[in-house]
Every structure is written in C-alpha cells, then in structure tokens.
Design a binder for this molecule. Sequence first.
Ligand code: ATP
Length: 214
Amino acid sequence: MHLIYGGTFDPVHNGHLRVAIELRERLEVDCIHLMPCHIPPHRATPGGTSEDRLDLLTLSVADEPGLAVDGRELRRGGSSYTADTLRQLRGELGPDEPLAIVLGTDAFSGFDRWEEWEQIPELAHIILVRRPNAELEPGSVPDRLLAERRVEHLHEIKSMPGGGIYEIEPPMLDISATGVRERLEQGRSIRFLVPDAVVTEIRRRGLYGGEPGQ
Ligand code: ATP
C-alpha cells in the first residue's frame, strides 16, 4: 500500500514524525511518504520558503528508512489539489495498487469544500486520524461519507485499490508548527520539539525570525 501523509510542515516537528511512525507500524506498511503542500504567499505568519520546508523535511527523515519525502506538489508550483496529485500517483502505481492518504478529522470535517472532493475516494483510501476536539458534525457530508465507506479491517483496505475509509487513533505529541515558530520568534529553544539536525539547520539559515548563526 502506498501511503501519503500531507501537510504544510512549516517546519516539520516531532509530532509529525512520531505519528508517521505510529501509522507506518499500525498500518503495516514499509514506508510512509511525507508530502509538503504549496502555501499561498499571503500567509500571515513568517513561514519558511518551499525550499526551506522541503530541505528541513528531507533532513528530518535522513536516517529513518521508513519515512520518505515526496516533493511533487512543491515542484508543480501553484495551488496543488489533492485530486490532481492522486490522479498522478494512480497513473504511476497502476490501477490495482492500494493507495491511501492520511487525513485528520479536523481536515476531513471540511472535506466537501475541497476541489473535486467526490473524486478523491474513487482514487484512494482515506486513513482518518481521530483527533481530540475534532469530531465530525453528525449528518454532515463528511460524516455520511464515513458511514458509507467505513472499513473495519486493515486487510480489507489492503485488498482494494481505494474507496474505503479506515479510522485510526494513534497517540499524538502535543507539538504544533505554530508553537515551534512562536518559540523561534521569541528567541526561545525548540530543542526536543524538532530533530536536532533540523534545529541546527533552522539556526544556520536564520529561519522563522531567528538571526542566521551556527
Ligand atoms: P500549524 O501549527 O502551522 O497549523 P501543524 O503543526 O498542525 O501546523 P501541519 O503541517 O499543518 O502541522 O500538519 C500536517 C498534518 O500533521 C496534519 O494532518 C495535522 O493534523 C498533523 N499533525 C500536526 N501536528 C501533529 C501532532 N502533534 N501529532 C500528530 N499529527 C499532527
């Protein structure tokens, strides 16, 4: 099964990396593909450039063979819609290989506002990560979609190319990229929130409001 975990990763932190490993183990796949998305340039917070985000992510998985980075949405440039990305991946993987995307319940609750959202379950499975305080509104489109497509057992997901929704509730660390950026802006430490190699590179480049240094 080809598993995609998308996000802004601005910057990547141990919450992302830890949950990716939990998912890889619980879903019994060899590798999980972290896919950074394009961020519109008018975003309010001081963010890293696409290149910075991609470089930091690549650095963070360098010694972890079960985690890979797929930079296709950044290379494509402009807004990248999940449906386009999945169509491209489906073309590469062929019609039979199971393909899945990881989505938190927070993101999935607005799923029916996504471009071509109805195509997405036709192209891939959804691995729905239950997040505390992010319940689906009963009777909403995502809630009904879940009821229609819920798959109970992992082996069922793995025996179909797409179309199912599989719920999972992995443990999560209380870390956010917002919290990491805030600490950097305030000149505070981010050690043990992100991998050491990422701390060093953020400092070296002077990212997120810090001065370039060693
Ligand atoms: P921001 O604080 O800038 O909104 P973020 O830390 O939530 O960023 P994203 O890159 O937006 O990170 O998230 C990518 C994916 O990782 C999303 O599906 C999000 O739900 C999930 N995620 C974010 N933080 C954690 C965490 N601490 N544990 C598990 N999953 C997380």
